[in-house]
Design a protein. Structure first.
Lengths: 456, 147
């Protein structure tokens, strides 16, 4: 069923991504539990180490997923095999070795304080230097591989935007190597990785992948999709670049960022709203019905949840007069979870749902279970978001307005943290259902495959 | 086709425009940070920041509101300890060092900070780093001493 045999490499990337996904959510449950029972593991593996495992495995699996997605999409769009499947394997091996290296370094505190081998303690960028170098090498191999494939083949707007996003991802990661001794400078450039990723170049990846899925799942004309895609990309970057200013309010940067950051980041809602319009318009205009309805559900869910998590929950605290009170509270946590889940977790899960039947050469079996898993995960993360939003509101009031001591305020939030843990358990059940539905084959289809032809 | 290439050109042109503006503002902010909003860097502050990073303190604490939300804000911990020690810098320094050394508390049901094997020099460097950080012009954030 695959048009190009080398697309199959995506399967290995998705398998690694899903394994890390399991580690990520498991670690989430563990640190959520430590919030409830703080002596747990305190002497063995303290909270900070477990949190690094949670956030790092998230970032790495999302990126591994993106690589797999690109290895699936680019041959199809370029209409040729991947330039070098061997290099793609080598790249994956480097990523896996680097990931294992990082995990071992964190857990056993290997080479503590060593500039090359020890962990580097900036949030999300804790990987030892040698692992960072490995990531860059892997990214270079990747970019070479997909770009060569692209250059020799058909050049579509979808591939253009997707590749631009991936180039940007690699380029901005280079700022992970720049760590000025001046803390304010350090923070200013730290956001060049973190913000310019999720609210910049990753949005291009999101637009490209959603566009591809719409082409395949709804059967709309390529013409129509291509009309939208540069618009989506432009809206993302025109707002997102100067929107970085919403992180430059209180870190020693000049006061004018309060205006620039507030105005431009408020407009960052627009591209996320446009993506919702885009997917629903495509479904509405599309003539064909693809048998893989679960993938379509995930794709629509991705746009909608990203709009809420990034757009609405982002807007909630992005204006500087609001952010002055909520900065660094549980409000931030609520936004971080729904935004990451809605945008980039769902994007990966949508694509994997779409690609698995091709990669494993079977009908999109287990669709019903897959769709149930969407609703369970979406329900879990939504519940978590609300619990944390209320926790954040209470925390902001008690700590920031009334000036009560941090530790005392945290005690008041206990009930919300219990709810967060319950929400997390629901989410993890959803993850288990999802993995079962994509990895375990079924004998027969529950939903009769739509009689119409699959798009392309 | 016409609209598509127009859209593409607007996208590239606009992106370059906004990025150039952004780089310009960041360049200006760079010199503002170095010259105006942060005190001069001492060697001990540079070392203190390194101790902070090697021990991944950021994955429990926030520092100027960024990091993890498990433990108190430390961007203004120096001011908090000054206020609690009659504005006596010596006493504040001693108090912070004593605090770090006496961790973990082991109190049942209370969040724990691990024990770190730090030399006296490292502890003093950390305090210098906190003191330096507390003097950054943060537009009056946080709203109060609680952080
Ligand atoms: C999919 C896109 C997005 C993702 C994945 C995302 C994720 C995150 C994360 C993880 C943080 C916390 C960073 C830290 O550790 O300090 C954060 C902070 C923030 N985000 Fe987003 N975000 C997204 C989009 C947006 C949008 C569109 C807006 C504005 C409309 C926004 C506004 C903010 C603000 C204001 C903060 C700072 C919170 C604070 O002051 O503590 N985000 N975001
Ligand atoms: C796919 C689902 C998940 C995503 C995308 C996700 C994402 C994240 C991110 C981005 C952060 C860093 C937040 C920041 O710095 O602002 C974080 C921290 C955290 N997450 Fe998750 N997470 C997920 C699942 C879970 C689950 C199931 C739990 C369990 C209850 C959980 C509990 C936590 C906790 C306790 C923290 C640390 C909070 C702190 O710093 O105090 N997460 N997660
Ligand atoms: Fe941001």
């Amino acid at each position: 069923m695959l048009k190009y045999q080398s697309q199959k490499i995506a399967l290995a990337y998705f398998a690694v991504a899903m394994a890390l996904f399991v580690i990520q959510v498991t670690m989430g449950l563990v640190i959520g539990y430590i919030y409830l029972s703080p002596n747990t593991l305190a002497e063995v593996l303290p909270f900070n180490i477990l949190r690094m495992l949670h956030t790092n495995s998230l970032i790495v699996w999302l990126i591994t997923g993106f690589f797999g997605i690109a290895y699936f999409i680019i041959p199809d769009e370029a209409e040729r095999e991947i330039a070098s499947p061997q290099l793609a394997w080598l790249q994956l091996i480097i990523l896996v070795v680097g990931t294992l290296g990082a995990v071992l370094t964190y857990v056993f505190n290997i080479a503590h304080g060593n500039w090359l081998l020890g962990m580097q303690g900036r949030e999300f960028l804790e990987q030892p230097l040698w692992v960072k170098v490995g990531i860059v090498v892997a990214a270079l191999i990747f970019l070479y591989n997909v770009t060569m494939t692209y250059l020799k083949g058909r050049k579509t707007a979808v591939a253009n935007v997707l590749l631009l996003g991936l180039w940007g991802l690699a380029l901005f990661f280079l700022f992970a190597f720049y760590n000025p001794s001046n803390l304010a400078l350090d923070k200013m450039f730290w956001w060049w990785v973190v913000h310019l990723w999720v609210e910049g170049v990753w949005e291009l990846i999101m637009a490209g992948v959603l566009a591809y899925l719409m082409l395949k799942l709804t059967g709309v004309d390529r013409e129509m999709v291509e009309k939208w895609i540069y618009g989506l990309a432009a809206l993302s970057l025109f707002t997102g670049i100067l929107g970085t200013g919403h992180h430059y309010y209180w870190i020693g940067t000049p006061a004018y960022w309060q205006w620039i950051g507030s105005v431009f980041s408020a407009m960052e809602v627009i591209p996320f709203f446009a993506m919702v319009l885009f997917v629903f318009t495509m479904v509405w205009k599309g003539q064909r019905e693809h048998p893989n309805q679960a993938a379509l559900l995930w794709a629509l869910g991705c746009a909608v949840l990203a709009f809420f998590g990034a757009g609405i929950w982002g807007f909630l605290h992005t204006l500087s007069p609001v952010n002055y009170w909520t900065h660094g509270t549980q409000v931030t946590m609520s936004h971080g979870h729904l935004a990451f889940f809605g945008a980039y977790v769902s994007l990966n899960l949508a694509f994997i749902t779409y690609a698995m039947p091709y990669l494993t050469n079977r009908q999109p079996y287990n669709q019903v279970l897959n769709m149930i898993s969407f609703w369970v995960m979406a329900g879990g993360i939504t519940f978590m978001t609300f619990a944390l939003t209320f926790a954040g509101a209470v925390q902001t009031h008690l700590q920031r307005v009334r000036g009560e001591n941090f530790m005392d305020v945290q005690d008041e939030l206990y009930l919300f943290f219990v709810m967060r843990e319950i929400a997390g358990i629901i989410l993890v059940i959803g993850v288990a259902l999802y993995l079962y539905s994509i990895f375990v084959p079924r004998k027969e289809e529950i939903i009769a495959p739509a009689a119409k032809q699959p798009a392309e | 086709m016409q609209t598509k290439s127009a859209a593409r050109n607007i996208f590239f042109g606009g992106t370059i425009f906004f990025f150039v503006v952004f780089v310009g503002l960041v360049a200006h902010s760079y010199s503002y940070i170095v010259n105006t909003s942060t005190p001069p860097l001492k060697d001990s502050v540079v070392r203190g920041k390194l101790v902070w990073e090697e021990n991944a303190c950021i994955n429990c604490h926030t520092l100027l509101g960024e990091g993890a939300y498990y433990a108190p804000e430390l961007g203004n911990v120096w001011k908090r300890y000054l206020a609690n020690n009659d504005n006596d810098p010596k006493a504040a320094r001693e108090a912070i060092i004593t605090w770090i050394k006496s961790m973990p508390t082991g109190v049942e049901g209370r969040r724990q900070m691990p024990h770190f094997d730090l030399t006296d020099q490292q502890l003093n460097d950390l305090v210098d780093f906190f003191e330096w950080t507390s003097k950054i012009n943060t537009q009056n954030w946080p709203p109060n001493l609680a952080g």
